[in-house]
Ligand binder design. Structure first.
Ligand code: ADP
Ligand code: MG
Length: 316
């Protein structure tokens, strides 16, 4: 199968949903054309997934299709941007119809769910590697950045943490239990918090999506903002499935495991209380920003031994 036949058969359908006229020209020419409406900033990001490094060998292609776009779009959510279009650079060892059908099915589902159209790409032969560049727009000057956290701000997250990390133990499980299935779904089908991110534009002072783990991703906000933070371990949201599976190690997963793609954000008290109730209800306050550098976690004395913590529960 040639490159063009492959694109026509598997990927062209995702190009036909040009978002609100902003994608003026999709795949097929030398470049795609995106028109950025007046008063909006273009926000874009690229992610590469390598088999054996970022996903396991023989990972089911339909999950990979969803996951690869979801984790890329999550960066748009963290900036408060609305998705517009994406490019797909695929390096494949061989054109395997079954793999392509599965991958493009998962990708198409994600493309429809996040309302982001395929603008173009590149197809080459080589070790299985997927590079996605996502484009979105946000109100001019208002993209959420990592550098805006101020002493006194609250630290919030947008949902339970640690599930996707716990799922790694069960990827090969033949007949997963209900609890195992619940955390596996979080790993296979991450849901970028797009609506929530957009609702926080002009309100949150800083934001990041949690791809590597709460402590390490929050640390990026602290470094970029020149501040510190104290979290309360008792406030960290844990799913019932994670607690059932990991017992007193659940908190350790929530603090340090990645792949959940919830948002971590900072916000002044009065901004939080002014939010619409349906937005505020999705935020869980877990701590506060301080002017002294460092990240401390109180009430983490009984944390499981998955990783080391110093006296205050700081990740080491
Ligand atoms: P060029 O040589 O100009 O880079 P290509 O032969 O690489 O062009 O691609 C031809 C067209 O097909 C381009 O418009 C490109 O965006 C599109 N395309 C190539 N691979 C993919 C893909 N995997 N998904 C979507 N579009 C693709
Ligand atoms: Mg090319």
């Amino acid at each position: 199968m040639g490159e063009f036949e492959l694109i026509r058969q598997y990927f062209q359908p995702m190009a036909d949903s040009a978002r609100q006229g902003q994608l003026i020209l999709g795949p097929g020419d030398d470049c795609a054309i995106q028109r950025v409406p007046p008063g909006r900033d273009l926000v874009f990001s690229v992610d590469t997934l390598v088999e054996g490094v970022h996903f396991p060998p023989n990972y089911p292609p339909e999950y990979l299709g969803w996951r690869s776009l979801a984790v890329a779009v999550s960066d748009l959510a963290a900036m408060g941007a609305d998705p517009v279009c994406f490019t797909l650079a695929l390096s494949l060892p061989r054109a395997e119809p079954e793999w392509l059908a599965g991958y493009s099915r998962g990708l198409a589902r994600a493309s429809a769910a996040f309302d982001i159209a395929l603008a173009g790409g590149d197809t080459t032969r080589g070790p299985l590697t997927i590079t996605l560049q996502v484009h979105g727009t946000v109100q001019e000057g208002l993209a959420l950045q990592r550098s805006g956290a101020r002493a006194g701000d609250l630290v919030c997250v947008t949902g339970p943490l640690g599930d996707a990390g716990a799922a790694l133990d069960f990827l090969e499980t033949a007949a997963p239990t209900d609890d195992q299935q619940a955390v596996l779904a979080r790993y296979h089908y991450p849901e970028p918090r797009l609506q929530l991110g957009a609702a926080l534009v002009g309100k949150a002072s800083a934001a990041i999506d949690i791809s590597d783990g709460l402590l390490s991703d929050l640390q990026h906000i602290l470094d970029a903002s020149g501040v510190g933070a104290e979290l309360d371990a008792d406030k960290i949201p844990l799913s019932p499935a994670l607690v059932a599976l990991k017992g007193n190690e659940a908190l350790s997963y929530a603090l340090s495991a990645g792949d959940d793609y919830q948002l971590c954000l900072t916000m002044a008290d009065d901004q939080l209380s002014a939010l619409d109730l349906h937005v505020r209800n999705q935020l869980i306050t877990i701590g506060r920003i301080h002017s002294e550098a460092g990240l401390r976690v109180k009430n983490a004395e009984n944390i499981g031994s998955r990783q080391g913590y110093d006296h205050f529960g700081r990740s080491v």
